[in-house]
Design a protein around this ligand. Structure first.
Ligand code: GLN
Length: 360
């Protein structure tokens, strides 16, 4: 009886699969790359919960020192998860292109490191948290490296100055092309944002001159500020941003195009920089609560990378005092807790309390 059933079962299953009566096997989220990644159903549930829980959150305020950002609808809200095995979950305003702003700094760091390698990059820029606002002049004057790290404006402008190219246009095209390869599709400049920022960026110009005083900028200061301003004005949807993060989670290889965009050996340096300085002077609190490398931008985006598994990107314009999206922080914290993503927790590699302990 038992045997007979065993012989029939595969045949019946094959027929059911062929006729579509049983859904084809759907791989769990990112589990090819990471055996401890959540299932797609778990992730879908938690992301939907987070969306519902925080959609009416009203804390924070749009950035307004770049005039055009104050006009973006504060209620826009989108979440996307992209995985190392090229699955995407998305909810909310997922096709609105917002300015990438400071999240761009991660990918310019990556590009400069492609050209220079980690050691030279570290010497020229460094990776020390400043404990100050992202546009601080004091940090440039006070810190021994002056540049601080590649995610404060001074360090980011200096990073742009390291990227090779005969003209500013050549550098800019190289940057845009690199970001596009990380996203897996062609990204474009939001011209309105660029014009608005270029008309008001006296503070960044001042930073570039101060860097010049300390010999910590490596090309023409104002030209570097202009290319930097363009890179901050690149438009991304939350899905594109999640895909850029998934490229980092996948050791630098874009999961959708399968192109090795970033050298794998550079990725840990980039992620550690994100952990220390990705949310500016909010970075310590973020590492404490969430434990994921992440990067924010004043356009309202944040992307958090879950190494080996994927990335979560959230867009919601209102910011806290440090310049980080209020809703995006809440969503990522919620999702990371529910799905055991904190990289400092043994749960992130599948060890549950009461699990195996080292033998004596
Ligand atoms: N383009 C913005 C600036 O230079 C970027 C700042 C940010 O996103 N924190 O001020």
């Amino acid at each position: 009886m038992f045997r007979k059933r065993m012989r029939v079962a595969p045949f019946v299953l094959a027929v059911l699969l062929a006729t579509g009566l049983v859904p084809a096997y759907r791989p769990a989220l990112a589990q090819q790359a990471s055996p401890v990644a959540p299932t797609r159903a778990q992730a879908q549930m938690v992301v939907t919960e987070a969306y519902e829980k925080f959609r009416n959150e009203t804390g924070g305020k749009n950035a307004d020192y770049i005039p055009v950002l104050a006009q973006v609808d504060s209620k826009l809200f989108g979440i996307a998860v992209a995985t190392t095995d090229n699955q995407v979950l998305a909810i909310g305003n997922t096709d609105f292109a917002f300015s990438i702003q400071s999240i761009s700094k991660v990918f310019s760091q990556a590009l400069a490191m492609e050209e220079l390698g980690p050691d030279v990059f570290f010497l020229k820029i460094g990776s020390e948290p400043t404990g100050r606002a992202f546009n601080s002049v004091f940090a440039v004057a006070d810190m021994p490296t002056h540049t601080g790290n590649p995610y404060v404006n001074a360090g980011a402008i200096s990073t742009v100055s390291l990227i090779s190219g005969k003209t500013a246009d050549e550098k800019w095209n190289k940057i845009l092309n690199f970001y596009s390869r990380a996203a897996g599709e062609r990204l474009t400049l939001l011209n309105e944002v660029y014009k608005s920022e270029a008309a008001t960026n006296t503070g960044n110009k001042a930073l570039s001159m101060l860097l010049a005083k300390y010999d910590r900028i490596y090309a023409d200061p104002f030209e570097s500020v202009d290319v930097y301003t363009k890179q901050c004005s690149v438009g991304v949807t939350v899905v594109q941003l999640a895909r850029m993060g998934a490229t980092l989670a996948n050791n630098g290889k874009n999961p959708a195009t399968v192109e090795q965009v970033i050298k794998p050996e550079n990725v840990p340096y980039i992620l550690s920089t994100m952990m220390m300085a990705g949310l500016y002077d909010g970075s310590g609190g973020w590492a404490w609560k969430v434990g994921l490398p992440a990067k924010s931008g004043v356009g309202g985006g944040i992307v958090a990378v879950v190494p080996g598994k994927g990335a979560i990107a959230v867009f919601a314009p209102p910011l806290d005092e440090a310049g980080n999206s209020v809703k995006a922080q809440k969503v990522i914290e919620y999702v990371a807790r529910k799905l055991d993503f904190n990289i400092y927790s043994p749960r992130s590699v599948g060890l549950k309390p009461g699990g195996p302990v080292a033998s004596k």
